[in-house]
Design a binder for this molecule. Sequence first.
Ligand code: ADP
Ligand code: DAR
Length: 343
Amino acid sequence: MKNLNLLKDSKSLLSKYLTKKVFEELKNRTTKDGFKLENIINSGLENPDSGIGVYATDEECYKIFASLFDPIIEEYHGFKTTQKHKSNLNPDDLKWQNPDPKGEFIISTRIRVGRNLKNFPLGAGISKSQRDETEQKISETLNSFEGELGGKYYPLEGMGESDKNLLIKEHFLFKEGDRFLKSAGLNRDWATGRGIFHNYQKTFLVWINEEDALRIISMQKGGDIKEVFSRLSTAITKIQAKLPFAYNDHLGYITSCPTNLGTAMRASVHIRLPNLGADMKTFQQIADKYYVQIRGIHGEHSKSEGGIYDISNKRRLGVTEVQCVQDMIDGVTALIAKEKDLN
Ligand code: ADP
Ligand code: DAR
């Protein structure tokens, strides 16, 4: 295990909660799949600028290493160990009104969930043969879909560079995992076992074995958030009927990164807000009030361009999928109102 002194200048939740007492308690523990503390904390040790610093190797590690995971989960999500997570994927429960009926602000809408297969390790711990098995199970299920969800699976291995770069540029495909994911072991054997399924309209997509076994995505141009959510809800139900997901009634859907636990949902719009972009203090105040996050437009850790921002729900655990989407709708509605005031 790398020297814990690597954490001395870190501000990550790992550095805050891996106290001497917790380290002594956990240092010799292993999960039934053989994963140890060093597997879980390596990303935070190698990247002291991490915000969180830990990734789970299998569902069991959330229990075996609870003395480290629980305080991180409680601080990040405001979710206590005694609480139960609830799921609600019914789009009719949204308090829905298009926040941009004239299409002046919202360029596109994307809602995704992360999912992992029951009884398989997570990406940071999975073996090559297990990952290949999950790729086959998931892609076979998706290739059997017909109608609006009908499409084709494209393995990343063997994909032409120009095809891959175009799909990334158009925001459909993932980039190779960043240094945080690499240090967690999520890029091992890249690109085998990874790929993308999409329907013919590219409004329903599934990433296979990026950060989680599945990233199930519904997206389209414009701001019809309810239509995007309805398509996603239908797709999740169809997939879940064939492939059981890792889930428990405390943490909800189990994910590689604790920040995605619960719904594992990020509902986002790419939205033009140049006036707010010139007043980031006000922008951030409104974002905080409505539990939304401001990102750049080429993925996590990217920058905004041309006054366009990625606005998405921040809460994922202890809220339902309907509440995640509602957070985004309410936040975007308030931001558009302020953007208009600043004209
Ligand atoms: P996630 O973790 O939710 O997959 P990222 O921030 O890594 O999200 O984004 C993945 C890709 O999805 C990036 O190319 C990003 O630009 C794209 N994306 C995210 N939200 C939207 C949106 N509302 N419209 C179009 N593309 C989007
Ligand atoms: N840089 C890592 C990422 C945490 C959240 N993002 C994910 N899971 N893609 C960190 O610990 O800050």
